[in-house]
Design a protein around this ligand. Sequence first.
Ligand code: AMP
Ligand code: MG
Length: 299
Amino acid sequence: MDQETYIGWSSVPRGMKVRLDDFHTGWAHNDEMKAAGKKTAKKRALDILQMNRMSLSVAHDLFWTDKRYAILIILQGMDTAGKDGTIKHVMSGVNPQGCRVESFGIPTRHELNYPFLWRFWTAIPRKGEIGIFNRSYYEDVLVPKVHPEILDEQRLPPGYGSRSFWDARFEDICAFEKHLTNNGVIILKFFLHISYEEQRDRLVSRLRNEEKHWKYSPSDLAEREHWPIYQKAYEEIFFKTSTPSAPWYIIPADYKWVARMLVADLIIYSIHQLDLRYPEVSNAQKKELATALAKLQKR
Ligand code: AMP
Ligand code: MG
């Protein structure tokens, strides 16, 4: 099996009107998986994930040395979609020195002193690093859409909450991402797509299992009530912000092994697209190295 093309997962084309209901959340999302059957598909997915972890580790070493690009991975999804687990499983094996994970929650009073993109600016990965945003500025065109009243606390100029206010936020996000990609930041945006039923099962498991109690937040149940509005808000996000240089990938995530395999594969694929190289050593440097070696060998 040609691993590089095994998945061939495509991003949301620019300007595509997405209906999330039309996107699979399960494991049989393509004919090859379906034909293989669940058991074989799972085994294959786990093998690919394992291989990808190794290739990611190797590719990241070169990426880190090359130091001309950064990768920004944006992870979004409904509560329980598996963002934390994806980070843990996909990134294990990557040199922690060149990796940065930032999680974003409700903006603090301090953060609200600045325009909404400020807190993300200070968290973008440096060249050579893989940065992961566990939630991101996409929450700013999501949560206040569902709960417009939270904008009242954000000391915004008049007109907030209007159509042109949201359009301006989308425009800011696209301009921000354009600026990053123009300057060597590779952006990959993943939406971990779970079904309503799967979310219920995961919440039940959090409530039943003592070791998972810490993961449960009472807001999980409250936000679940707003499922259709969240889904609609996500559909608008994909429509307005998926671009060839900062694409959205809708990842079927009811099965963690599917989501992790796809995410790892897409990261590896995008690194392999780059013209990475070890820094060139000039003739003068080579001479210096030879002199240093000769000196050490003489003792
Ligand atoms: P968790 O990811 O479980 O730690 O929860 C973080 C919470 O912060 C989630 O409920 C997010 O929806 C919320 N959050 C993150 N960013 C924002 C934002 N910009 N505005 C409002 N809520 C946010
Ligand atoms: Mg939570």
